[in-house]
Design a protein around this ligand. Structure first.
Ligand code: FES
Length: 99
């Protein structure tokens, strides 16, 4: 049986998901470079990604995420990877210009 995976762009790299892990944790576990200045505490926004597939299945923004993005004009599919659960079939794009 195939293990559940998610995909990172622009690398176009699909990696296995461990249930309960964030997208940031999944990236780092698989050596995919993703900025994370605050270490996943939800206070820096450097870990943002754009969700390109499975937007409808995402966990709602956490209170921490809502607070830090307030007034920053984030798009509906622009999420903090440290606050976003990794899901099977999820595709995220890492921006070339981290904040
Ligand atoms: S690592 Fe800082 S907000 Fe996600």
């Amino acid at each position: 049986m195939k293990r559940p995976e998610m995909t990172f762009l622009p690398q176009n790299q699909s990696v296995p998901i461990i249930e309960g892990s964030s997208v940031l944790e999944t990236a780092l576990r698989n050596k995919i470079p993703l900025a994370h200045s605050c270490g996943g505490m939800g206070s820096c926004t450097t870990c943002r990604v754009f969700v390109e597939k499975s937007v409808e299945n995402l966990n709602p923004r956490t209170e921490v995420e809502e607070d830090i993005i307030e007034g920053r004009g984030f798009a509906h599919n622009e999420r903090l990877s440290c606050q976003l659960n990794a899901l099977p079939g999820l595709v995220v794009r890492i921006p070339s210009n981290p904040i």
